[in-house]
Structures are given as C-alpha cells and as structure tokens.
Design a protein around this ligand. Structure first.
Ligand code: NI
Length: 173
C-alpha cells in the first residue's frame, strides 16, 4: 500500500496552542494510523527524538519517539499513563523541536514505567530509563500543555520567548 505521508508543521514556542491539554484518543483507527505515520515522518525529518501530537496542533494523547542511533526503533504511545516513577531524579540537558536552538537542564525521574496503547491499539507497559525515560516525560508534558522551558526561571523563560519571537519575525520576512 502506498501511504500518502505528509510532513506536518510544528508549532513554535510561545505559540499558545502548545498549552492545550490533549484529550484521550477514543479509537485507534485508520485516521490515527495515518497521523502516526505523518508524525514519525515529521519527527525524523526534523531530526528529533520525540514528538507529541500537541506540537502539530492535534490535541489528542499521542506521542512518537525514537531514541535509537540508527533511527529505526519507532515507539508509538497512545493514551500514555505513568504507572511507576523511580524515587530518584536527575537533571538532564533537554531540547525541543518547538523551541529550536534552546537547551537547558530539567529534573526528571531516572526511570518510569508507562502504560499505553501501541499503533495497533494493543495495551502494553514499557519500562524506560536513561534517555528514553527523559523523552517520555518530556513528551507527556506536551500532552498536558507544558513545554520544558516552563521548568526554567521566569527570567530565562522570558529571554527565550523574546529570542523565539524575534526568530519567528525574521523567518516571516
Ligand atoms: Ni518537546
């Protein structure tokens, strides 16, 4: 089958739509499978390791992730829920496709267990640590309308907002 995949446009911080809280996916159907394929294509094209539906202005609980070097370990999490978090946390350097060029430290659980549906609608529980764990927490924040820069100080966040708005004005020219 020749799937018509499409690159989706990624919302850029401080776009207010990034603060929308996503609704649960009601049914994993053909529309959802097309969306998954499009989001994966968009994530790979942007050289990202994760993308939440929120970032492409679709406010349903769906994220795609690939933290592998070879970019061949796509992970699809629909209606993800954390069922366990480690007692220990760690500060990691994070970036985001919606905040291009900005990297800063965020405190995250070292490990998480996440229950989600896969792209076939099957429920599974994944045990994640290291980069995958960080990525899952970052993407799940997007579904709650939260961008990683909101963990930073108001001063840093305002500087980032100014920088992003300036870059967007220059892009629009
Ligand atoms: Ni992000």
């Amino acid at each position: 089958m020749n799937q018509d995949m499409a690159l989706l446009s990624i919302l850029c911080y401080p776009d207010p739509r990034l603060h929308t809280v996503a609704k649960p996916v009601a049914v994993v159907d053909a529309r959802m499978q097309t969306l998954v394929a499009d989001m994966l294509e968009t994530m790979y094209a942007a050289k990202g390791i994760g993308l939440a539906a929120t970032q492409v202005d679709i406010h349903e609980r769906l994220i795609v992730i690939d933290v592998s070097e070879e970019r061949d370990q796509a992970l699809v999490l629909i209606n993800p829920e954390l069922v366990w978090t480690s007692p220990t946390t760690h500060r990691n350097e994070e970036g985001c496709l919606s905040v291009p060029g900005i990297y800063d430290g965020v405190e995250r659980f070292d490990a998480v267990h996440v229950r989600a549906l896969d792209q076939h609608g099957q429920s599974r529980t994944l045990q994640a640590e290291a980069l995958l764990s960080v990525c899952i927490q970052h993407e799940m924040d997007h579904l709650m309308g939260k961008v990683f820069v909101e963990y930073l100080s108001p001063l840093k966040r305002n500087r980032i907002k100014t920088k992003m708005r300036k870059a967007q004005r220059e892009d629009a020219r």
